[in-house]
Write a protein that binds this ligand. Structure first.
Ligand code: SF4
Ligand code: SF4
Length: 222
């Protein structure tokens, strides 16, 4: 099956004095960016009963290279997850809020068809591990670990070698993965509808799930 309907959280930005509204938005399934007076940004995300982030929450943090979060201990957001955004990713978070400003509510049902897309199989950094190499050897496809298909860095890191066009060499013209049953763990782990998925679609296909980015607006107004 290649088509999915994903319920993705809607990003909203709030000033700290509206923290109660932000918490209500998150408890209803959305994601919030709290823009602090000094323009730093704290994320507010929901957690399950075990205190674990939702999958799409985890991928939002991954997209901005944020490994840690903490639980809010008091006030209207008590129990929710929060994390301070690194300076270099503040623009990305504000852009998510801008993109989602055209969508009402807290959650958006989005239909995505991977076989009509293939965006995440372009310009990606697919790191391979021992399990991937063992899977290929076991299937008699040791050639997949050869220089034609992978890069080996001096530090030992092994990654898929993409074509000069930016396309994965295993992506077929029909947008199917030619090694689907043997694909790397990192490809298996990729989540449809995550911020990484939305970003790949925007960068590779120019499909933005919401309001145009500010740069596009500038160009349109020029
Ligand atoms: S970018 Fe998203 S919709 Fe497109 S192929 Fe990848 S997971 Fe599927
Ligand atoms: S190995 Fe397959 S799933 Fe992974 S990037 Fe290449 S085409 Fe996509």
């Amino acid at each position: 099956m290649s088509a999915y309907v994903v319920s993705r959280p809607i990003w909203r930005r709030f000033r700290p004095r509206y923290l109660a509204r932000a918490a209500a938005h998150v408890r209803a399934g959305g994601h919030a960016a709290i823009v602090l007076p000094e323009e730093r940004i704290d994320l507010l995300l929901s957690v399950d009963e075990a205190g674990k982030l939702t999958e799409l929450g985890q991928w939002a943090l991954l997209s901005i290279e944020q490994q840690r979060f903490r639980r809010v201990s008091e006030g209207p957001a008590r129990g929710l997850a929060t994390a301070r955004v690194k300076r270099q990713y503040e623009g990305s978070v504000l852009d998510w809020c801008e993109r989602d400003s055209v969508h009402p509510g807290t959650i958006r049902a989005l239909s995505l068809d991977c076989l009509a897309c293939g965006a995440c199989c372009h310009d990606a950094n697919v790191v391979l591990d021992g399990d991937d190499l063992a899977r290929w050897r076991g299937a008699g496809r040791g050639d997949l670990a050869g220089r034609a298909y992978v890069r080996r860095a001096r530090d030992g890191k092994i990654t898929l070698r993409f074509a000069a066009s930016g396309r994965c060499q295993h992506l077929g013209d029909d947008l199917r993965c030619a090694i689907y049953e043997l694909r790397p763990d990192n490809c298996r782990a990729f989540v449809v509808g995550s911020e990484a998925c939305l970003s790949a679609r925007e960068e590779t296909l120019g499909i933005r799930d919401g309001a145009p980015a500010e740069a596009e607006l500038d160009e349109a107004e020029a």
